[in-house]
Design a protein around this ligand. Structure first.
Ligand SMILES: [Zn+2]
Ligand SMILES: [Zn+2]
Length: 264
C-alpha cells in the first residue's frame, strides 16, 4: 500500500517532523508514501493568503539525508495545491516548479473566502445544501489547474460537518460528479480516495468510485491526509476493499509526474 497524501511541519497547519511520518509509514507496513505539503495561494476574506506555502526545497534537502535511512520505503515528493482560479494555480506553479516534484494534488478548501472545514460554512444550511455547494465549487475550479495529477478529497466538506450522518453519496450531485470525473478521465488525471473524513463512521464512497469506474476511470490514488503519525495509512484496508468492490483495479504511484499502476 502507498499513502499519497501526507503532511509534515513544512505545512503551516502541521507540526510533525518528517522522520515521525516516515517512521509511521514503516510501522504501517507501507511500500511507499508521498509528502504533499500545502501550497495554497487562495485567499481569505481579508485578502491575505490562507497560509504560507511549504518550503519544498527545504523538504527536498531534508529528505535527501533522511531517505537512505528507510531503504524499504519509496519516498516521493509532492504538493497539495489549492484550487481556486487560474491566478491561484499559476502562483502555485511558480512556487513548485523548481522543486521537481513527483506528484501534485489539486484540492478545494475555500469557497467564497470561507474555509469549508470551519463551522461558519455550514451555518443555516442543510447538509445537502452545504455538500452540493462544495461539489458545484469543485466543478467550477477543476479546470483552473492544468498540471495537477489527482483531485484531492472530493468529500473534504464532510470532514468537519456538524450533521448526524456525514457521508456523501453520488446521488446528491450526479451532474457535478459526472462532469468532474469526465474531465479527470479525459485529461489523464485521477481521483483520490482520502480516508481522513471517515473518522469513526462507516466508510462511504462506494457509489462514487463505482461511477468513476463506469465512466472509464481505471486508477486512483489513496491518501490518509495525515497531519500526525497516528493517521498515516489510517483505514487503508477498508479503502482498498472499497476500491475493489467498486471495480477499480489499480492504485497509482507517481515519479516525476508520471503514474505507475499497481494492481490491487
Ligand atoms: Zn486538503
Ligand atoms: Zn492535505
Amino acid at each position: 500500500m502507498f499513502d499519497y497524501h501526507v503532511h509534515t511541519h513544512y505545512s503551516a497547519d502541521c507540526h510533525e517532523p518528517v522522520a515521525s511520518q516516515l517512521d509511521a509509514a514503516v510501522k504501517a507496513g507501507l511500500k511507499g508514501l508521498c509528502f504533499t505539503d500545502h501550497v495554497d495561494f487562495d485567499l481569505l476574506v481579508n485578502g491575505g493568503p490562507r497560509f504560507e506555502p511549504a518550503d519544498l526545497n527545504a523538504l527536498r534537502r531534508e529528505l535527501d539525508s533522511l531517505t537512505p535511512l528507510y531503504p524499504g520505503l519509496t519516498v516521493r515528493r509532492g504538493a497539495e495545491v489549492a484550487l481556486a482560479d487560474a491566478a491561484c494555480s499559476e502562483a502555485a506553479y511558480e512556487h513548485i516548479k523548481s522543486a521537481e516534484l513527483d506528484f501534485v494534488i489539486g484540492s478545494l478548501h475555500m469557497l467564497r473566502g470561507l474555509n469549508v472545514y470551519y463551522s461558519e460554512f455550514f451555518e443555516g444550511r442543510t447538509r445537502d445544501e452545504a455538500y452540493c455547494d462544495y461539489l458545484e465549487g469543485l466543478r467550477r475550479v477543476i479546470r483552473t489547474c492544468p498540471y495537477f495529477c489527482a483531485m484531492g478529497h472530493y468529500d473534504f466538506v464532510a470532514k468537519n460537518a456538524p450533521y448526524q450522518e456525514r457521508g456523501i453519496s453520488f446521488s446528491l450531485a450526479p451532474h457535478a460528479f459526472d462532469d468532474i470525473f469526465t474531465y479527470l478521465i479525459q485529461n489523464g488525471k485521477t481521483l483520490e480516495l482520502n480516508t481522513s473524513a471517515w473518522k469513526t463512521d462507516a466508510p462511504w464512497g462506494l457509489d462514487v468510485f463505482t461511477r468513476f469506474r463506469e465512466l472509464g476511470g481505471e486508477f486512483v490514488t489513496v491518501g490518509s491526509d495525515a497531519h500526525n503519525p497516528g493517521r498515516v495509512a489510517k483505514r487503508f484496508d477498508e479503502a482498498y476493499g472499497l476500491l475493489r468492490a467498486a471495480g477499480i483495479r489499480y492504485v497509482a504511484t507517481y515519479e516525476k509526474m508520471k503514474p505507475t499502476m499497481h494492481k490491487i
